[in-house]
Design a protein around this ligand. Structure first.
Ligand code: L34
Length: 293
């Protein structure tokens, strides 16, 4: 079997079409959705992601604010920026790009964000609402994965979804979403991680395999069932002297081999990454809609 590609660009274009209409409707009511992104320090990957977020905001005709703060920013300074954005009525949603420098307590920063502006869906109250199936926002990366499945016509109900990785950003919320009742979910979910002894045995039973473990080409063909749907959330930059930049992006899945066995697969780049940006925009629009009522 040769896998069909699920392309983030294609799926996100469909969603952007829907968002443009919602943004028009908000503007007709005198409201321009505003999204702010806070970047502390100069991590090269974060700079790329933050730039893409700002560009997409502008392309959609939303208000975009990028706040760049130096690496030496103190926790107090960052918390006061968060308080300022919480109070700014022109900013309907914002996020603080992770990872933060080591001297800053990430949890304290996330806890300080007004949950109604928490477009990442990282605040404990939004995580809790997602878990009980009454969400205001869904976390961008897992929501992007779910949209890729739904809009590609992949049946999820009753399917065995195996999530590889247990981060708060992807693995845990992804598992929580796929086990909910409703379209794009209703799955039987297993989470495996670095401490799972028989990991390959379990991944081989997945109808839908969602990989977010942060290790380049961790999932090889022998770990995948024939005909499985494989979603690769990894974005690992590896050095490659044959590339102009001296490095290139690879996923957590050995794409070349696994794509011979899977029924559907997402590439890296061009897969889940663009969906993360898209679902973030969707959350910002939603935050603005809630204010308008
Ligand atoms: N607070 N921190 C917060 N929110 C987030 O939603 C993120 N994330 C993750 C890292 N930290 C965060 C992102 O924005 C990962 N992430 C992200 C966003 C976009 C892309 C990848 C990860 C993306 O656009 N990837 C492109 C390639 C980009 C490149 O050339 O480097 C792709 O096609 O996969």
């Amino acid at each position: 079997m040769t896998a069909k590609l699920i392309l983030g660009k294609e799926v996100s274009e469909e969603i952007y079409g829907e968002l443009r209409q919602k943004i028009e409707a908000l503007k007709a009511k005198g409201v321009t959705p505003g999204l702010a992104v806070v970047l502390v320090g100069d991590d090269p990957a974060s700079q790329v992601y933050v730039r893409k977020k700002g560009e997409m905001c502008e392309e959609l005709g939303m208000k975009s604010l990028t706040v760049k703060m130096p690496e030496e920013t103190t926790q107090e300074e960052l918390l006061s920026k968060v308080a300022e954005l919480n109070a700014d009525p022109s900013i309907h949603g914002f996020l603080v790009q992770l990872p933060l420098p080591g001297h800053i307590d990430e949890e304290a920063v996330i806890n300080a964000i007004d949950p109604s502006k928490d477009v990442d869906c990282f605040h404990p109250s939004n995580v809790g609402r997602m878990l009980i199936g009454d969400p205001d926002f869904l976390p961008a990366t897992p929501a992007g994965v779910q949209q890729m499945l739904v809009r590609s016509g992949v049946e999820t109900a009753g399917k065995h979804v195996v999530v590889v990785g247990r981060s708060n950003i992807v693995g845990k919320p992804m598992a929580a979403m796929m086990v909910q009742k409703g379209p794009g979910a209703d799955s039987t979910v297993t989470v495996v991680h670095s401490r799972t002894p028989n990991l390959a045995e379990i991944t081989s039973t997945a109808d839908i395999l969602i990989v977010a473990i942060g290790k380049p080409r961790f999932v090889t063909a022998d770990m995948v069932k024939e005909g499985a749907v494989v979603i690769d959330v990894g974005t690992n930059r590896i050095s490659d002297p044959t590339h102009p930049k001296g490095s290139r992006l690879v996923g957590d899945v050995d794409f070349e081999e696994v794509s011979k066995k899977a029924s559907y697969i997402t590439p890296v780049p061009g897969g889940v990454g663009p969906m993360t940006i898209c679902m973030l925009m969707a959350n910002a629009v939603r935050a603005a809609e809630k204010v308008v009522g």
